[in-house]
Ligand binder design. Structure first.
Ligand SMILES: *Cc1c(COP(=O)(O)O)cnc(C)c1O
Length: 393
């Protein structure tokens, strides 16, 4: 029997059993509409408010500042378009980085078509923005800075608190896409001066199709969905009660004892980062050596195609990713790797292994056992590699 090793936790995570157990009653017995005044309606409403409090507590916010959404992408869209609309009198300039998720970049592109102006900050070879670049990009008409807390492809963590301080000093709102960060690092929206934050349940053991937007009091973005009075009349539509309950439970679990939980994941990551290059020549670690997500490993391999590598890994029962899941199927190399300065052909040969709570040391042993052989077989088919290895002899 082939093994089955899941190392794509940045794409999505398995739903935790404890989370499903909390959700189940809201799919069946407690089916009331949260807007109804009778008992089962009130029960559903109360469950939503409990979940809202859990989300708020986990990021240092007030429950009034949490709005449930349909996913992380929706939270990003709402934050950015909502502020663009609300602040259009002040100006139409927004600052971001070149390595944001497409949920942010494509939203900004849509705003550019409507006359907004966007500054895309460069990142260094490790994926970090420069705070000096950020300071000099701020203009009198700048309305929003949107910079992700941690990158989904290379795992680089940005200096969020410093960005928050700069934004505050200049009176500019700060939104962060924290979809990858929740559960992997401490986030305190007040201490870090974060005005808006996006998160998504399925990235930390919760169900797919539910997320949340935190918006600091007084920074309420424009109405996203018109209709009923749900989510303080900002996002109408009957709430996804069971999933919201699941989000609450998942974030509670993910953000308690972050240090001890991530220590195990970090150790597995560090082992792969150390041992893969010992076994495989002509490779490069992408992302920051230390300021990176505890579960993120990203390497570029010369002389091979990332897609071919993924297929071979899949045949061996290993689920991994090359760039982000959204870009697979497209032939363009990852915009993140290109922004880090990788040449096209190297960016094409990249592999992301993202470790989660369900992984074990045996999973890591298995990857270290099969990956070198797979890379060698693929390189043996590459004319370029043949040339290089002849020259070496
Ligand atoms: C997954 C992801 C998103 C999108 O979240 P969905 O809930 O899948 O829409 C946005 N930003 C980052 C950084 C992500 O990793």
């Amino acid at each position: 029997m082939t093994k089955s090793v899941y190392l794509d936790n940045s794409a999505t995570t398995p739903l935790k059993k404890e989370v499903l157990d909390e959700m189940m009653p809201y799919l069946c017995e407690h089916y009331g509409n949260p807007s109804s005044i009778y008992k089962i309606g009130r029960e559903a409403k109360a469950a939503i408010e409990t979940a809202r409090q859990k989300v708020a507590t986990s990021i240092g916010a007030d429950s009034k500042e949490i709005f449930f959404t349909g996913c992380g992408t929706e939270a990003d869209n709402w934050a950015i378009k909502g502020i663009a609309q609300a602040k259009e009198k002040k100006g139409k300039h927004i600052i971001t980085s070149k390595i944001e998720h497409h949920a942010v970049l494509h939203t900004l592109e849509s705003l550019e078509k409507q006359g907004y102006e966007v500054t895309y900050l460069n990142v260094d070879e490790y994926g970090k923005i420069s705070l000096d670049d950020l300071r000099s990009a701020i203009r009198p008409d700048t309305i929003l800075i949107t910079i992700m807390a941690a990158n989904n492809e290379v795992g680089t963590i940005q200096p969020i608190a410093e960005i928050g301080a700069i934004a505050k000093e200049h009176g500019v709102l700060f939104h962060t896409d924290a979809v990858q960060a929740i559960g992997s690092m401490e986030i305190d929206v007040k201490a870090m001066n974060i005005d808006l934050l996006s998160l998504s349940a399925h990235k930390f053991g919760g169900p797919k199709g539910v997320g949340a937007l935190y918006a600091r009091r007084n920074v309420l973005p424009s109405v996203f969905m018109h209709g009923g009075a749900q989510e303080r009349a900002r996002r109408a539509g009957t709430e996804n009660v069971a999933s919201i309950v699941g989000l609450g439970k998942a974030i509670e679990l993910a953000t308690s004892n972050i240090e001890s939980k991530t220590a195990k994941i970090r150790a597995m990551r560090d082992r792969l980062i150390k041992e893969i290059p010992e076994k495989i020549p002509y490779i490069k670690l992408n992302g920051h050596p230390t300021d990176r997500l505890p579960g993120n490993v990203n390497f570029s391999f010369n002389f091979i195609e990332g897609e071919a590598l993924l297929l071979m890994l899949d045949l061996n029962g290993i689920a991994a990713s090359s760039g982000s899941a959204c870009t697979s199927g497209s032939l363009d190399p990852s915009h993140v790797l290109l922004a880090l300065g990788l040449p096209h052909e190297i960016a094409h040969g990249s592999l992301r292994l993202s470790i989660g709570e369900s992984n074990t040391t045996e999973d890591i042993d298995y990857v270290l056992e099969v990956l070198p052989g797979i890379v060698q077989r693929l390189r043996d088919m590459s004319p370029l590699y043949e040339k290089v290895s002849k020259e070496m002899r």
